[in-house]
Design a protein around this ligand. Structure first.
Ligand code: SF4
Ligand code: SF4
Length: 180
């Protein structure tokens, strides 16, 4: 039958020649290919000592942002969790008490907020869904670990340090958000 691709090869049972029987030409041919690669540019890097430069739109570990006054932006509306296709986000909402106005921007806040980095596919839909500009993906890499539990990131690792703000403007200005 005629094959669709027309690349079908008919296997022959012809006898091997003397050179084919001793395999040496094939072995030296393979070694020659390996030898040529010694002088080619190395495509691998000695990670973690050396790292590649990431694209400006690279989506890495999340951050929960604070506003200019240092208050947490997140109001625990749950839209990011609903938008997440990997069901990686969970949270518990709480009402802001009197005297906590300097901690939380809205009357409702996330008492607990967790992202399972093993489930996350870094699609950025949580960032798109957030109406409060609270959750963003950064250019930071989620570090490796041997324990699965350590990949569930709580507020202690997600909320940005007030004294060490995380700049997310580079991604925002390079990505499609600015094309609107
Ligand atoms: S980046 Fe995508 S998969 Fe990861 S938490 Fe956000 S919505 Fe879920
Ligand atoms: S991060 Fe944004 S979308 Fe998610 S719960 Fe907080 S305010 Fe809502």
């Amino acid at each position: 039958m005629q094959s669709l691709s027309n690349r079908k090869k008919v296997v022959s049972n012809k006898k091997m020649t003397f050179l084919e029987k001793i395999y040496l030409p094939a072995i030296f041919g393979g070694m020659w290919i390996t030898f040529k690669h010694l002088f080619r540019k190395n495509n691998t890097l000695r990670y973690p000592e050396h790292t590649r430069e990431f694209a400006p739109v690279y989506r890495g570990q999340h951050v929960l942002k604070r506003d200019e006054e240092g208050r947490e932006n997140c109001t625990a509306c749950g839209l990011c969790a609903v938008a997440c296709p990997a069901e990686a986000i969970t949270m518990v909402a709480a009402e802001r008490e009197r005297g906590e106005e300097k901690l939380y921007r809205e009357e409702k806040y996330a008492a607990s907020y967790e992202i399972n980095m093993l489930r996350c596919i870094f699609c950025g839909l949580c960032e798109e869904a957030c109406p409060k500009e609270a959750v963003f993906l950064t250019d930071r890499i989620v570090p490796t670990n041997f324990e699965r539990d350590s990949f569930v990131y709580g507020k202690d690792r997600l909320v940005e340090d007030i004294n060490d703000r995380i700049d997310i403007t580079k991604r925002q200005h390079t990505g499609k958000r600015t094309e609107k």
